[in-house]
Design a protein around this ligand. Structure first.
Ligand SMILES: NC(=O)c1ccc[n+]([C@@H]2O[C@H](COP(=O)([O-])OP(=O)(O)OC[C@H]3O[C@@H](n4cnc5c(N)ncnc54)[C@H](O)[C@@H]3O)[C@@H](O)[C@H]2O)c1
Ligand SMILES: [Zn+2]
Length: 375
């Protein structure tokens, strides 16, 4: 009998670049030719059925034109595809299809699409052949605002979303703002909810920029959109860098999400994530007002900006508020009858409740009052 110590301390350089611009397909091909992924000559382009015709097909074709081996793997658009089944073994199986086409370890995965594609493809990349490099070519505001920084990849299970996954950093991320022009308006607004959240968390000037430029942003003005893409990355990056594996600080990114996620579920996903988040932000800022961390004026400014972004700010009629409160307080995160809420301090800062603890325990009765008082 004996034991053997396996020494595996490692230092990893997971740095990557996020390129923000208006039409980045040429740049992408140029980077590949210049050795972004070394000697790899084989590319699995993963996309969904909507983005395929809009952008992914072109990227795939240009890889072929440059003499690379490439294949296009397409799954049905929508959150419903973000499952282990899509990853493994239904008709639009990606992994099995890749294996059948002869893909092994010497390939690179290119994710072209929104957060569903980048989450799924990033997860596939992390486990395929025990890990191959991947590149994200993001085509939604939400993917730009949120999914492109942080290295979280995951799929959903029937029980909950994003439960099965890994931390996996891409080789490079492209945020192509020109692609936002084809995004449905509802999707733009939904992505703006995370953007407004970022401003509330970390940057009052950015909040004011949004107040002044929201119409330009909704019309996909190049400069205004490039600015918000950059600012989103900067803010999320700052938080994530300080807290890569999600201990304390990263929690502040959950602003508005406690109520938001509950509404998303209770609405049976009739509301998009950003729409539910918007209502969650209204609940959060109302709580902040009640606790004395924001003024009435600041609260109204947050709500007005969400409205300007064409986001819902009232709880829809069809949602049973009592059910919503119940949903919140049966969550596994409830401790001693209290649920913790991230709360903003004025505009651009978060309340640090205790050292390195950015969420305030709230009694069910207080949360109920907030939810019942909301319009
Ligand atoms: N990994 C993370 O840190 C992180 C963070 C936030 C969200 N997410 C995940 O991201 C997902 C949501 O992202 P999403 O909103 O981008 O979803 P999505 O990928 O489903 O895209 C939304 C819809 O827009 C379509 N679409 C995409 N780009 C388009 C374009 N340029 N023009 C027209 N249509 C286009 C898609 O086909 C889809 O129907 C969720 O699954 C969420 O869990 C992950
Ligand atoms: Zn979110």
């Amino acid at each position: 009998m004996g034991s053997f110590q396996v020494e595996l301390k490692k230092w990893v350089d997971d740095s990557y670049e996020i390129e923000i611009g208006f039409g980045l397909q040429q740049q992408f091909i140029k980077d590949i030719k210049n050795g972004l992924v070394g000697e790899i000559k084989k590319f699995a382009v993963i996309t969904d059925s909507v983005v395929k015709d809009l952008y992914a097909e072109k990227i795939y074709q240009s890889l072929l034109e440059q003499g690379y081996t490439a294949d296009l793997f397409v799954f049905e658009a929508g959150e419903k595809s973000k499952t282990r089944k899509t990853k493994e073994n239904i008709e639009d199986a990606i992994e099995d299809a890749m294996l059948e086409k002869g893909y092994r370890r010497d390939c690179c995965i290119i994710a072209v699409g929104g957060g569903v594609v980048t989450d799924l493809a990033g997860f596939v990349a992390g486990t395929f052949g025990r890990g191959v490099p991947f590149i994200n070519y993001a085509t939604t505001l939400l993917a730009a605002a949120d999914a492109s920084v942080g290295g979280k990849t995951a799929v959903d299970t029937p029980l909950a979303t994003n439960l099965i996954g890994i931390f996996n950093q891409p080789e490079k991320v492209y945020l192509d703002i020109a692609t936002w022009k084809t995004l449905p308006k509802r999707q733009i607004s939904s992505g703006l909810a995370e953007t407004i959240k970022h401003a509330c968390i970390a940057n009052k000037d950015f909040f004011e920029f949004l107040e002044e430029n929201i119409d330009k942003i909704l019309a996909i003005d190049k400069e205004a959109c490039e600015h918000i893409a950059e600012e989103n990355c900067r803010i999320k990056y700052k938080v994530v860098m300080q807290d890569e594996k999600e201990s304390g600080l990263r929690e502040i990114l959950n602003l508005g999400h406690t109520v938001g996620r509950a509404i998303e579920t209770v609405s049976d996903y009739q509301l998009l994530h950003g729409e539910a988040l918007s209502i969650g932000m209204v609940a959060e800022v109302s709580l902040a007002k009640k606790l004395g961390y924001v003024t009435e004026e600041e609260k109204n400014r947050v709500i007005a900006l969400l409205e300007q972004a064409k986001l819902p700010v009232v709880i829809p009629e069809y949602i049973d508020r009592e059910k919503l409160v119940k949903k919140l307080y049966t969550d596994k995160k409830v401790k001693n009858g209290q649920l913790r809420f991230v709360v903003q301090q004025g505009i651009g800062e978060i309340v640090e409740y205790q050292e390195n603890n950015f969420a305030i325990p709230i009694e069910e009765s207080v949360a109920r009052e907030i939810i019942m008082e909301m319009k």
